[in-house]
Write a protein that binds this ligand. Sequence first.
Ligand code: GCU
Length: 604
Amino acid sequence: MYKISFIFGCLLMPFALLSQGLLSNTGNRKMTTLNGNWNYIVDPYETGYLNFHSEVFDQKNANSPSAFYNNYHPKNKLELVEYDFDKSPLMKVPGDWNTQKEKLFYYEGSVWFRRTFDYNLKANKRLFVYFGAINYKADVYLNGKKLGIHEGGFTPFNFDITSVVKAKGNYLIVKVDNRRFKEAVPTLNTDWWNYGGITRTVSLIEEPDVYIRDYNIQLKKGRHNVIAGFIKLGHAVKNEKLTISIPELKIEKDIETNTEGDIEFELAVSELIKYWSPGSPKLYTVYIKSAYQTLKDDIGFRTIETKGPDILLNGKSIFLRGISLHEEIAGRRANSEADALTLLTWAKQLGCNYVRLAHYPHNENILRMADKMGLMVWEEIPVYWTIDFNNTATYNNAKNQLTEVITRDKNRACVIIWSMANETPLSEARNTFLVNLVSHAKTLDSTRLVSAALLTRSENGIGVIDDKIGAYLDIVAFNEYMGWYGGDLKTAPDAKWTSPYDKPVVVSEFGGSAKQGLHGSKDERWNEEYQAYLYQQNLLMIEKIPNIRGVSPWILTDFRSPRRLLPGIQDGFNRKGLISDKGKKKKAFYTLHAFYKKMAGQYD
Ligand code: GCU
């Protein structure tokens, strides 16, 4: 067993996450959007960040006119300034630069973005700037002052700008750097496009001086009629009275925080709770009221647990009829509510009750949409393939991304699984890294299940699922590519699998590629008939795997990948989608749909 010893004692964060505590539920706060056209400057040599001896301006000579974040303009006809945001082109935020600007399709480097705004902030109010996500690293400045940096391309962060914002002429400037590097999370090699940019929403959030920063309101673990959680205020200096109310459950409870603004609570519920489930995705309106503000959220209540090989939702054994998704639609980063509705509607048409959001936290829109539409969710951090498992900063980065996604989504009933990793190579360092992440996830959220997409091995022709990490997971999930990366589809239905764990097993990936519209014999790779046959044979095999309780085939839609280069077939896309990047369904879509129709009758 792996001792859960922290890899490195002190919590060194060279990536120096300086953003204050994350604001939750930003969509229901007093928000001014900064989405829209931003000026941008492509800066491959980081001319606006480093002097000619590669010293960082904001650490060496912060007021330098050459530092782009100073938004400088020449004071006279002689002064030398070699950039000008006012005369620079525009790009849409949120959005990736690769698909917005043809010259940036393959660009990996730094791009500066600038947004100007006025804001009349009244006394006793606070103002935050909130970013849904920036891929990959962001250096953020307001009016020439460095607010901080954030590393990690798929989780939100915010900065308190109360002391920096002006009534007129604010300039918010962000250096976005999407270069890949060995110590990053994810690391150098991924099978998805490295979309760079301010890829999710940006907003100004106005709060009272003492504000409701974060809260957790869910069923207490193992209890069906007790709601428990915490509330954290920001900038509290004394005990504060709060009221939690859930009108439909006839709950109205007054509580009081400590002097730091923190409170933990439990609410006994006498009314009958309508539990959240895919078939009945009931959400309750919850209000948190302080002396200074009232915050509203829509929260579902349900239990999720495992018992031997079973996954129990509200005490009932379920089968996860899933599909994997990248955060991509029509060959670009997905980010809007409309994108989320399109993707999850396709999942519902497939007969899914569950989606695997691979390989990184997706945008909040799709989580709130899954809550509403009734789809259970597997969320994952991008600890993908050959991460630098021996590196402190890498571990702390992964841990920070896990903290940020759990902070953001811990009130979403649809989320049932936190996934620590995908197809990571076996090693002692990797095991310790993952075991510590599991421990951290359980510390932040004891109510949800933890898993990871593992690899398997073959022994005398039998598939063996005995990755040591399985001992620490609630669900043993694994990826298999029978009929695509090996194996014989003809005999697949007779393949045997074994695992030492008396736990639920989920096939987190299987699949094969097909060019939509290409037809031929089921014995020829790349056509739709082959893909459909691969699905048919894999599903016959999967339903016989001991303890099988779910599957999320790879993948809902074709997606861009720099690794998929076969002309006329892949053309820079991974074609394992059941739907093409043009939104056209392939034959295998209907093969999976038929299987799920059959499974639905058996479980729920
Ligand atoms: C792997 C991996 C995916 C990848 C897929 C493929 O299992 O998890 O990210 O896209 O296989 O090879 O298509």
